[in-house]
Write a protein that binds this ligand. Structure first.
Ligand code: HMG
Ligand code: MG
Length: 298
């Protein structure tokens, strides 16, 4: 049987907006977050504390965090690549931090300028410090299926890096298909490797939709019991270090499918479409998600 409840983490404000060419005002990011929480989203990635030289779009991280009218039932997560990032993030009181590495050496080098082994070494004290401060630590494992530089990634790589992340005390792993090349069986194989090192409720799927496989991959993940997913309102997103990769699976597309399956999310579809329409207006282009387009055309 499939899980009867799914938890969605909307990564639109972070993954969605980190890749935009145009500057998006902090006030618009905050408004997007407010609309997401009004729609019933209870976990979201608000921003990232990375180097503004690397990703200028997230340079307003502290301003965004300060502008949010917090709800006590919403978990606000931020990306943190190193100790300097944690130091900057802590005063903004995130509920969760997300450290991020890759199952591909080449991608780790391009994205965080170090090897996988160095990233684990770098994260160990960050994880310890965050947990001592009562902050949950998630890890994103990029290129769990394929890499823009190395091609196919073997599930053994997922296994090995997941083991290292568990060993340094990371609470949760997000199996990430950065470039959207995963197909259902390959996704299940990657998840099964992560599940050797993390409990079922601490493994999530983060699927980009570049090749149109993301929704099928969410379904395939449900089949192996995984019930936590990242998704991005309006299908926004991409990674500056994975050229041509498009957005995450759209939150509203996932919610529509789960509604049809009778699986609870606590998220209101109309509210999500409203959030998608809002950010699309800011960006000056229609949402890419099929559900948002269909609902808005009515
Ligand atoms: P580096 O250049 O090797 O860092 O970058 P460094 O330690 O040598 O420091 C160089 C300069 O950066 C110094 O400043 C530091 O102070 C500063 P300077 O002395 O030259 O003036 N610096 C920082 N500033 C602010 N915040 C920080 C920070 N750290 C150093 N945290 C670094 C290494 C990791 C910082 C860099 O490579 C970086 O910021 N990378 C982040 C890239 C990124 O954000 N990628 C997108 C997010 S990941 C993603 O999208 C994938 C995901 O969605 C899952 C999936 O789909 O796969 C999560
Ligand atoms: Mg991503």
């Amino acid at each position: 049987a499939l899980p009867n409840r799914v938890t969605l983490c909307d990564v639109g404000p972070r993954d969605g907006l980190q890749n935009e060419k145009q500057v998006v005002a902090a006030a618009d990011k905050v408004e997007l977050i407010h609309r997401l929480q009004a729609a019933g989203i209870r976990r979201l990635e608000a921003t990232s504390f990375v180097s503004p030289k690397w990703v200028p779009q997230m340079g307003d991280n502290a301003e965004v965090m300060a502008g949010i009218q917090r709800r006590s039932d919403v978990a606000y997560a931020v990306l943190v690549p190193n100790a300097k990032g944690l130091e900057a993030a802590l005063p903004t009181r995130p509920d969760e931090i997300v450290v991020f590495t890759a199952a591909s050496e080449a991608f780790a080098q391009k994205n965080i300028n170090c090897s996988i082994a160095e990233s684990i070494e770098r994260f160990a004290p960050v994880v310890a410090q965050a947990k001592a401060a009562g902050i949950k630590v998630r890890a994103a494992l990029s290129c769990a299926i394929g890499c823009p530089y190395e091609g196919d990634i073997h599930p053994d790589k997922v296994d090995a890096v997941a083991a290292q992340l568990a060993a340094i005390g990371v609470d949760h792993i997000g199996v990430s298909d950065t470039i959207g090349v995963g197909t259902p069986r390959r996704i299940q194989q990657a998840l099964e490797r992560a599940l050797k090192h993390f409990p079922l409720h601490e493994v999530s799927g983060h699927y980009h939709d570049t090749y149109g496989q993301a929704l099928a991959n969410v379904y395939a993940s449900l089949e192996v019991g995984v019930s936590t997913f990242d998704a991005s309102v309006g299908g926004l997103g991409g990674c500056p270090y994975a050229k041509g990769a498009t957005g995450n699976v759209a939150t509203e597309d996932v919610v529509f499918m789960l509604n049809g399956l009778g699986i609870e999310t606590g998220v209101d579809l109309d509210g999500l479409v409203d959030a998608a329409a809002f950010i699309s207006g800011v960006l000056g282009r229609p949402p890419v998600s099929r559900v948002a387009r269909a609902v808005l055309a009515k």
